[in-house]
Design a protein around this ligand. Sequence first.
Ligand SMILES: Nc1ncnc2c1ncn2[C@@H]1O[C@H](COP(=O)(O)OP(=O)(O)OP(=O)(O)O)[C@@H](O)[C@H]1O
Length: 771
Amino acid sequence: MTQTRPSSDENTDIDPRITDEQTHLDAVYARLDRMRATAKRRLGDTLRESADTPQALSERESYERLYVEDLAKFDAAEHNLYFGRLDLEDDEEVRRIGRIGILDDDAADSTLLLDWRAPLSRPFYLATPAAPDGVARRRHIRTRNRIVRGLSDEVLTAGEAQIDDVGHGDVVNESALVAALNAARTGEMTDIVETIQREQDLIIRSTHRGITVVQGGPGTGKTAVALHRAAYLLYTHREILSRSGVLIIGPNTEFLRYIGQVLPSLGETGVVLSTVGNLFPGIAAQHTDSRDARALKGDLRILDVLKRAVRARQALPKQPVEVHFDGYPLKIDSELVKSARAKARSSRRAHNQAQSVFLRAALDGLAAAHARTIGSSVIDGTQMLTSADLADIRDDLGRDDDIRAAVLEFWPYLTPQRVLTDLFTSLAEIRRATPGWSDADRAALHDPAMQARNAFSDSDVPLIDELAELIGYQTEDASEADKARWRQKLAEAQEALDILTGSAPADIEDDLDRAEILMAYDLIDAEELAARQVETKRMTTAERAFEDRTWTFGHVIVDEAQELSAMAWRMIMRRIPNRWMTIIGDTAQTSDVAGTTSWKAVFEPYVANRWQLHELTVNYRTPAEIMAYATNVLADISTSLRAPTSLRSNGIEPVARRVDATDLIPAAVQIARDADWPGLTAIIVPDALLPDAVSAVDAAISGGAAEIKVHNVVECKGLEFDNIIVVEPTELIDESPRGNSDLYVALTRATQRLVVVHAAELPRALAGMPY
Ligand SMILES: Nc1ncnc2c1ncn2[C@@H]1O[C@H](COP(=O)(O)OP(=O)(O)OP(=O)(O)O)[C@@H](O)[C@H]1O
């Protein structure tokens, strides 16, 4: 599309305010282009510089990262760079607000743009006619491809409050907020810096250093607020947070993909995004357990089970084990192991760390037994060996690999993955670790295929993390693994060099002087060769944090927090000892049986009453027409819950379509395919219908239909679509103990349109929906 550049000379219809803003916009982009050119030049210079010492190399790398980050920030700011202006009542001060702060390169370093997060920008979000905070006029500027397309002025001066919108070209005159809310969805969340509302700004900039809980109904902007809070905190506390990092936990990878562009578009890249299932380094949860198993694995009762599973590895020998030392037999028997085990347990160290205590105690016992055999006087049985002799014997015993291995059978080195797999694959192990549990609960934990599957579920991961604590499985273990990898590389490099040099003579002409030939060994040794093969790790804070289980973050944000189990909270809390957190959720939307319906119950054990609750009350997503039905569903969840108020109504009534049970999926797909709805369409189905729905939609898409999404409720948490088709609501309700919450979530994913396809009776809350 050709863009028209406003100019009052060419087009006298153009409002002079638009021309004025265009002049400023041109200046801002010209400066951005100069900054980008400088960063590119510096990056090029840095890359060309040689770095001879490790210090020079590390300096070069940090400059490199700095320029790369600057370039990413400038690119991210390109779209809608300048969007707001404040004219103050006093001294005619004008503040121009944008995605990033930009100083001019004139002599005075004058401010071309204030970062939206700067304190001076704040009245842009907070000033109202009732409390103008010195602001005479607030202006929203709409731009596209570096051209001003329209603006909207709000006069805030007492007694003169009014709004005035002007558009240019094909832009409709509507407020920035309404335009944002009506825009068709793309499948990726966008930032809201231009239209953050007062109640949202108060949370984004909250100075509370403890746990801030943001509770709000669907579509109230909780996720948007959380992401902008992350950007705000990174700006305001850059020093601390760039070193320690910010962690954002979301419900599933589809959701993380959906929100993944928001922070980069705000110029912030140093954030780790993860699900609970991916939070343990090296493990990616690959499936979801049954409801019963999830409930049991998420409950704190499982803690004792894990403790017992570890203790079960500190077993006593059923029969004495015979080993040989210096030609004499020695017995590792129950009494010896029991005494060594008591010493190891009383050391109060975690299992793996206590292994050395156990080993030493057991070897002491064996040394004493050996001394009794070889050192007792034949005359009176007194011990003739000194304590130094005994210590020597113990050391010799410890150097004997067979003896060490036989002793350590009774206090083996453990990994959390192994302990959990051994526990859940064996009903006998489960029984031993669950005294007093019902057989039904034990059966729900039993997972005979776990070993063969070699993959964990998202509710296993917090248990693995817990076991890592109990076992003392630390980063040292990871660095042990690094060392092992290094030794392996070294061996491979050595072998490569041997082959190279070994084969060289055959290729050499006899009459050549061998000394003149540069052998590979002369040029490089194995260590250097191995070093070249190991990837140099230039990790950002976020990457380093993600690889390290014991990393503690500066700030943690948890979205859809109502779904997390008590065990998942323990895992998250370990990563944030300072408890500076932002928690986002809606207890009315809790689907997971292990999730929570009370923030107090979740946080009091960690911070007593040092947590703050904020509520968001306006629904920016779902139009009033759909929200009317969702509100009925909410009443079925609990009469004490209040639905958020929809900001807009769009005149599109939800409709129902009744079909035969066998036609549910075909009818839903046909509606999605044939309706000529703008924007994204999603079909939300009960779990049981998901596989059929996925294949039907795949077939429709491969037959030429436009993209249609299919999800069950768990997958569509936090997402939104322009058009939603909800299939068989009664089944959604019936298939889970939290079925009404599931239906509430499903209905509120829509930004424009809702169709319900059903075979069974409609649930009470949807009765009366027109056909
Ligand atoms: N101030 C705002 N300006 C423009 N759009 C907004 C604003 N606040 C929220 N929105 C939009 O409203 C929609 C809903 O926001 P968001 O997904 O953050 O809500 P939520 O409370 O997390 O919802 P849910 O609980 O259903 O997941 C998003 O498209 C978001 O961009």
